[in-house]
Design a protein around this ligand. Structure first.
Ligand code: CDT
Length: 310
């Protein structure tokens, strides 16, 4: 057995006016609860330190940059790192990263049990749009504020296993899990901020949003025989609802723990990384069964090309 007890730390809404210090205090409170439950690793959502600011249209770059972190850890997050180190707990959370040479990424990090950052991932699939869209019920301006990530999908050896990360919209793309699966990933941790309603399809709400989210993550887990931990920021941020439903999914694709509220809430599960072995050695033994001679279109073509009409 290689058990990693994982605490999924769903965050409730963060209002625009809330400070990072207020949010970090909530994150530390969840970490205290995780410690009491014996957690080895705590996973927080995408853009965990602030409201989901890409819903707000901004033209002034100085105003935009206020939502970004220039270093990690920094003064606001150091107490979180200190507590994680004191507890001997790994952690992962997302934040908006402004690099020293001026690049803007939607980033997540993974620390080991000493509080050292051992992995960094920058979001690849940026949903939404870059200009104000009058056709949408609300804005989703990730393409305006972030560049596509430059990391690819690396995996990291830590806590006795092989860990990978992705962020929110990435979880809907099967290639993400497969690229990590090809590196032997045993646990994928991710955070999300998913609006409870579809801004371009008003009638799609609630259950179907959670269904699509779980469908994607459960398939990614099963098809690569890996644990997947998907953690939400949920609830109404300044009148804009985000769905909850944070989950811990086993390598058979089954949900082992699921959040019930749209508020700060901890879900905990003891994940045995050895549970990944059976699937990796049998039905999803890639070395034995994959036929890469037929997969060329996956990397040579972006959009759909239909056959010519006869
Ligand atoms: N944060 C994020 O990636 N959210 C997207 C919503 C896309 S709607 C434009 C998601 O896939 O959940």
């Amino acid at each position: 057995m290689r058990t990693v007890t994982v605490a999924g730390a769903q965050l409730g809404p963060i209002q625009k006016a809330e400070s990072r210090e207020q949010v970090v205090a909530r994150m530390i409170d969840l970490m205290d609860q995780a410690k009491a439950k014996g957690a080895d690793l705590i996973v927080y959502p995408e853009l965990a330190l602030t409201t989901f600011f890409p819903r707000w249209y901004m033209e002034d770059q100085a105003e935009v940059d206020k939502w970004f972190e220039k270093e990690m850890p920094n003064a606001a997050t150091q107490p979180l790192f200190d507590r994680a180190k004191e507890y001997g707990m790994g952690m992962s959370f997302g934040y908006a990263e402004l690099t020293p040479d001026g690049h803007h990424f939607n980033t997540s990090i993974l620390t080991d049990k000493t509080g050292r950052i051992v992995g960094k991932y920058r979001k690849t699939h940026l949903p939404g749009h870059a200009e104000f869209d009058t056709e949408r019920a609300f804005q989703h301006l990730e393409k305006r504020y972030f560049e596509p990530g430059d990391t690819g999908f690396p995996v990291f050896r830590t806590m006795g296993g092989i860990f990978g990360m992705c962020i929110c919209n990435d979880r809907r793309w099967p290639e993400v899990y497969r690229v990590m699966g090809l590196q032997g990933v045993e646990m994928v941790v991710l955070g999300y901020n998913t609006p409870s309603v579809n801004s371009q399809k008003g009638e799609e709400a609630g259950d179907k949003r959670i269904f699509h989210s779980n469908l994607s993550m459960q398939a990614g887990a099963y098809q690569n025989s890996t644990w997947v931990v998907g953690i939400a920021k949920a609830g109404s941020e300044d009148g804009h609802p985000l769905m909850g439903g944070s989950v811990i999914i086993n390598p058979d694709g089954e949900i082992m723990a699921q959040a019930k509220t749209e508020d700060d809430e901890l879900i905990v599960h003891a994940c045995d990384l050895d549970d990944t072995i059976f699937g990796k050695e049998t039905i999803f033994n890639f070395a034995k069964h994959r036929r890469i001679e037929h997969y060329g279109l996956i990397t040579s073509q972006v959009g759909v090309v239909v056959p010519p009409e006869k």
